[in-house]
Write a protein that binds this ligand. Structure first.
Ligand code: ADP
Length: 621
């Protein structure tokens, strides 16, 4: 366990974003692994403010004073102090803690802490008055996708979570809750336990420190049978870029008691969702104006909770076959089982190199050679260091329901999986209590955990960035994406941390590249590697579901059917809702008119978070 001198991690009893006491030792241990190998010097010099383009320093400082008068001086902070990266549990709200660009690129000029929806409205009106870009975060732990960083250098970050972190309602009869931005999965889970609601489950992602609301808006996923967070939400309260506040769905009716149970309301929808009606039935995909968007600031969100299925049982299969053939064969077997809900949660097929990295030790602990580790070398290390015998891929799954119902499904799964030559079921009772399997078991049972980040220690100052394309659940597609990822990573000397995640009818392959953020060359290569994967995938018709701030323009550019019809539509809505272009300009590649055509897009040659300026007052757009 952690040596004594590791500084304490804030706990949930002390901070809205803290660690639950049951995970305190685990957090200290995770932190010790990071600190053991950290080499990046945390600069102590005072830095100049990153003033946003389009405003001079004196006017900016005058505007900040005005905001201090509105919100209270203690709720407005200038970002003129050293940038400290921290770690997952003590992350910054000023910049990208795992920066793939220079840390001075995607950086805030100030951070503000509203205490209510009314104060969010005040901030928005203030931003319009001075035409200062603002960027909302809920918790800001969106690591791998930009963390708390704003897309436009010098934006004022609105840290909603610090003061707006109440669980407004947990309804044990309807299986719903209503939360503010600063409620983490940890906090929601702990509160449900405290109230003794054993029949309510929360669908949790790999790490429990994210905001329920922020993760859902960014279309994050969890690992119970609910999985797709956006599809599970019901009802938003939103501050629009001009300062008005509105509620979606049934929330638009004063006094409605159905806001969290029926997402549609009446008339055209600002958000389209297709909800789960039970564990067993899920309808389809979702989309919406306020998700992955810069059209509004969400101040409240309703979320459905899953009924406790009355029992659960995790299972694990190992596939030792040559790496290239395993995804091809396995994915074909998974598809019918997943669509018919025999496989009930987001299915995960994990590659051997990531499983080794989950030990939390750096690459140099296992391998001395450079380049991409070949599978046979990795298998050799895995046989020695892990508890799973010989494998290239591991499948983690969970079966829900009472014993006899689970057994029915588990028997089918076993019969199908064993058709793959060399497949082997690993008996969980042979695995020690600290094996990663049990972390997956907790997560798939809705118990938030903190183990997943260990693989980022592959390098000192380890950071990660993800390539996350979507494809049909078919062997040839899995093979195409696997080859793209593998060959691109090899070109740039990166190991590949790949997981095939099967949602329902679609599959995401999540390819994480881990780099040392203190090494400019490593950062440059990681970004170039991502850009190559994105282009190669787009050439075959595969697009990403979510991405880092630095890659948003490139990916938005691949969704260009019919002369960019979708982007032109988004821009029209953006310009109508946000005429001054103040809210998160450039988020998801959507630039307001004030910024368009002025070199703000990032691509392979332009890597700056600043363009050549913004449209000045009185000039034509
Ligand atoms: P988490 O900590 O859960 O990972 P973040 O707070 O970092 O989530 O939010 C993820 C992304 O979602 C942010 O980068 C931001 O663009 C967007 N976002 C977060 N909260 C809000 C909000 N309340 N309203 C609008 N967009 C938001």
């Amino acid at each position: 366990m952690a040596p004594k001198e590791i500084p304490p991690t804030p706990q949930l009893s002390q901070s809205h974003s803290g660690i639950p006491s049951r995970l305190y030792e685990k957090a200290q241990y995770a932190k010790s692994l990071i600190l053991d190998i950290a080499t990046k010097k945390q600069d102590s010099r005072k830095r100049p403010l990153a003033i946003p383009k389009g405003i001079d320093q004196a006017t900016f400082l005058k505007a900040i004073k005005e905001l201090e008068r509105e919100l209270g001086k203690e709720h407005v902070e200038l970002v003129d102090k050293p940038l400290r990266d921290g770690w997952y549990m003590e992350h910054p709200n000023t910049h990208d803690a795992q920066h793939v660009l220079d840390d001075e690129e995607l950086v805030a000029s100030a951070v503000v802490y509203p205490g209510s929806t009314e104060e969010v409205q005040k901030i928005v009106l203030w931003a319009n008055k001075y035409k200062i870009p603002i960027f909302p975060i809920s918790i800001g732990r969106n690591l791998g996708y930009g963390g708390a960083a704003p897309r436009v250098r010098g934006s004022v970050v609105i840290d909603l979570g610090r003061r707006m972190n109440k669980i407004l309602d947990i309804n044990p009869d309807d299986y719903t809750c209503l939360v503010e931005p600063g409620v983490t999965f940890f906090a929601l889970y702990e509160e449900i336990q405290r109230r003794g609601y054993k029949h309510l489950w929360v669908d949790v992602p790999d790490l429990g420190g994210g905001s329920v609301l922020g993760n859902t808006l960014d279309r994050g996923v969890g690992y119970t049978a609910y999985g797709d967070h956006w599809a599970c939400h019901s009802g938003l309260e939103v501050v629009l870029p001009t300062g008005e506040v509105m509620r979606t769905g049934m929330g638009a009716m004063p006094g409605s008691s159905s806001w969290q149970i029926f997402p549609y309301g009446f008339g055209p929808m600002a958000e389209y969702v297709f909800v789960y009606h039970a564990v067993e039935t899920r309808t389809d995909e979702s989309s919406g104006l306020f998700s992955q968007s810069n059209m509004g600031i969400v101040t409240k969100m309703g979320m459905t909770l899953m009924p406790n299925p009355g029992g659960y049982e995790s299972f694990l299969y190992a596939f030792p076959n040559e790496s290239d053939l395993a995804p091809l064969r396995q994915v074909e077997i998974i598809r019918p089982l997943r669509v018919s809900n025999i496989l009930e949660n987001v299915a995960q097929l994990r590659h051997v190199v990531q499983m080794i990295a989950l030990k939390g030790k750096p690459r140099s602990h296992f391998f001395s050679e450079g380049g991409q580790i070949p599978d046979d070398k990795a298998r050799e290390v895995a046989r020695r260091e892990l508890n799973y015998g010989d494998f290239t891929w591991l499948y983690f799954g969970m079966s829900y329901g009472p014993k006899e119902i689970r057994q029915y499904k588990l028997d089918i799964i076993h019969k199908e999986f064993m058709k793959i030559p060399g497949a082997r079921r690993i008996d969980p009772s042979t695995l020690p209590p600290d094996d990663y399997f049990w972390s997956r078991d907790r997560i798939a049972a809705g118990i938030p955990d903190l183990e997943e980040l260990r693989w980022t220690n592959w390098y000192p100052n380890g950071s990660h960035i993800a390539f996350s394309p979507v494809s049909p659940v078919r062997g040839p597609d899995a093979m195409n994406l696997w080859k793209i990822a593998r060959t691109s990573a090899a070109m740039y000397n990166f190991d590949i941390f790949a997981a095939f995640c099967v949602g329902l009818r679609e599959m995401h392959i999540i390819v994480e590249v881990v780099f040392n953020r203190d090494n400019p060359n490593h950062r440059k290569n990681a970004l170039a590697c991502m850009r190559k994967m994105i282009d190669d995938a787009a050439a075959l018709g595969y697009g990403e579901y979510r991405t880092h701030l630095a890659l948003m323009d490139q990916i938005a550019g691949t969704y260009n059917w019919n002369n960019n019809a979708l982007m032109r539509f988004n821009e029209r809505i953006k310009d109508a809702l946000d005429p001054n272009g103040i809210l998160a300009p450039g988020k998801s590649g959507v630039w307001p008119a004030r910024y368009r055509g002025r070199g703000w897009e990032m691509n392979g040659t332009r890597q700056s978070s600043e363009g050549e300026g913004v449209k000045r007052e009185g000039t034509r757009l």
